[in-house]
Design a binder for this molecule. Structure first.
Ligand code: ZN
Length: 312
């Protein structure tokens, strides 16, 4: 996409990582690559393409290095990878990932179940990854995503003070960006606005992305609340890929198509072409036959006279 100005909103597509690791089937590497090509063609400029975790834990991500190397052929796109620890970061940097994201859970129960480490131990892991980055890949940005920031299925309520304290620790450790993730889709708009406002007043420009799930149908409402609090980077996944197996009919991540529609309809530019974005569902479906996709905009189509970036 060539544009005379920077888009107002950065959409960070997480489908190839968050979406694919939540579905049972494993997408073939060639299909993943075709899908990523279509996402790039739609104008997405940041794509989380893989997760560097042991293949026996997540066979869907066994080809992470190959997928990163393929995505790197596209210029103007930030190729992002999730890494849970130093070992994952070593592999991701070796493959050439341009930005890393590390999940750090605000819920001790979730953190222990997920990575068998306390939140404090995870802050140390982030520090270790930052040192590695400084040594071998100083141009790579490292984001820490505070997961279960809005509630946890194991712990239940997650105190906002715990979330903010952890975010400050991560910023002080040197993370370039600290985002908040509604891992379990428990957040609401008032909470989202309050938490991100507190984040901006605590860590300022290091405030990172809003990673929201649509589990209870509040994904877009929460995204708007985050926008109003000052957030300009949003994670989402094409077709809302990654529906929760325990909540039939509930989609996983916020649907990229609907999120782009909302912002563009509000007169905010995303740099994404909605028609091409919806066309990117075809390679996704070809690679994962039978997997349900979500989203209202693809079903309804674009309104008559739709013009991308139409100012109000
Ligand atoms: Zn997620």
């Amino acid at each position: 996409m060539t544009s005379s100005r920077q888009p107002d909103i950065l959409i960070s597509e997480v489908g190839p990582r968050d979406g694919l690791q939540s579905v049972k089937a494993t997408m073939a590497t060639a299909d993943k690559c075709r899908w990523i090509d279509a996402l790039v063609a739609a104008g997405l400029r940041e794509i989380e393409v893989a997760s560097f975790v042991p293949a026996h834990l997540l066979p869907q991500m066994a080809d992470a290095a190959d997928v990163v190397r393929h995505a790197l052929q596209h210029r103007g796109v930030t190729v992002m990878a999730l890494v849970p620890n130093l070992r994952g970061a070593q592999a991701a940097l070796r493959a050439g990932a341009q930005k890393l994201t590390m999940p750090v859970s605000a819920s001790a129960a979730h953190s222990l179940a997920n990575v068998r480490k306390t939140p404090d131990a995870m802050v140390e892991e982030v520090r270790a990854v930052l040192r590695l980055r400084d040594d071998i890949a100083p141009g790579v940005r490292v984001e820490a995503g505070v997961s279960t920031a809005f509630g946890c299925t194991l712990q239940g309520h997650v105190p906002e003070d715990d979330v903010v304290r952890l975010a400050v620790q991560l910023a002080e450790a040197g993370a370039d960006e600290v985002g908040l993730s509604d891992t379990t889709g428990m957040g609401n708009p008032a909470q989202t606005r309050r938490l991100f406002s507190r984040l901006f007043s605590s860590i300022g420009a290091r405030t990172g992305a809003a990673h929201l799930h649509n589990t209870r149908g509040l994904g877009l409402a929460n995204a708007l609340a985050a926008y109003e609090a000052g957030v300009r980077t949003f994670d989402s996944s094409l077709g809302g890929l990654g529906g929760c197996p325990y909540a039939p009919g509930a989609s996983g991540n916020v649907v990229t198509e609907d999120l782009v529609f909302m912002f563009e309809a509000m007169g905010l530019s995303t740099g994404v072409d909605l028609n091409r974005l919806m066309a990117a569902r075809a390679p996704l479906q070809a690679g994962l036959p039978g997997e349900p996709l979500y989203g209202m905009t693809p079903e309804a189509g674009l309104p008559k006279g739709w013009r991308v970036g139409a100012a109000p």
